[in-house]
Ligand binder design. Sequence first.
Ligand SMILES: NC(=O)C1=CN([C@@H]2O[C@H](COP(=O)(O)OP(=O)(O)OC[C@H]3O[C@@H](n4cnc5c(N)ncnc54)[C@H](OP(=O)(O)O)[C@@H]3O)[C@@H](O)[C@H]2O)C=CC1
Ligand SMILES: O=C(O)[C@@H]1CCC=N1
Length: 279
Amino acid sequence: MKELKVAFIGAGSMAEAMISGIVESGTVKKENIYVTNRSNLNRRHELIRKYGIKAMHTEELPYEEIDAFILAMKPKDAEKAMKPLKEKIQPEQTIMSVLAGISNHFIEACLHSGQQVIRVMPNTSSMIGESATALSPSPNVSMENVWMAEELMAAIGKVFVIKESQMDLFTGIAGSGPAYFYYLMESIEKTAEENGMDPEMARKAGAQTILGAAKMMMSREETPSQLRENVTSPNGTTAAGLEALKFNGGGHAISQAILSAAERSKEMSEQLQEAILVK
Ligand SMILES: NC(=O)C1=CN([C@@H]2O[C@H](COP(=O)(O)OP(=O)(O)OC[C@H]3O[C@@H](n4cnc5c(N)ncnc54)[C@H](OP(=O)(O)O)[C@@H]3O)[C@@H](O)[C@H]2O)C=CC1
Ligand SMILES: O=C(O)[C@@H]1CCC=N1
């Protein structure tokens, strides 16, 4: 695995989060990690300096040496980015894609039929090795390459192999998920500040509370609802807080956030699919 050569096509925040996690874990040698972008030279220098990896224009990649390409540009740029790639890669080379709403079928259609494509949905907690990452290989991917992808993605957190039909929902839960918790924290901080508490301290206390609750859910046998009941004394503070949360549609809001994100992922996929059919 250490000898694996990986090339990220796209050098934005998601590529950096994954590179950071992979370099930190030592799963792949940093000199075997390549990252490319379209035009931003400063960004390339920044990534070389921060991680000791190789950064260049996509045209300059040593294509034949790369074992796995990871597509990490915005979905709208995908088709254009894959054009030069098609001429240089072989069908047996593995392509992983972290692009929200872009199906394995779309990528195969842009590259070679029978291309080994694995759809991946990480989140930005990859940066610290704490992503919840879904993998969904297209049917023609060899078992060996699925294992390679699982091992590589294990460097950035927990890995879940799922059917591609579940990818939109997974995106709504875990790909976009960190933003829901950051939004929650923004509310915690704002409420604390408005009520005279140091927002810095409230942020630390709130973050520790989220971390503690997450660790309880990952390490204990109890279900989230049993854990919630354990916090809730009859007629106590938590009961009052939960009642306000329910009255104000807290559960419904979360559910709607997940479903709206999933719907958007599906919509993005359909729009691109239509664009291919029109051509
Ligand atoms: N952010 C997140 O939390 C998550 C994002 N994703 C997915 O990750 C992908 C990237 O998102 P993000 O990192 O936020 O995007 P950014 O906008 O931060 O970065 C996009 C990168 O793509 C590069 N790029 C654009 N066109 C090309 C091209 N033709 N060839 C090579 N590189 C190109 C850009 O280069 P330049 O600057 O030179 O133009 C830039 O480095 C998206 O598809 C998103 O759906 C998935 C999971 C979570
Ligand atoms: O907002 C987006 O489209 C990307 C995909 C998942 C998280 N961020």
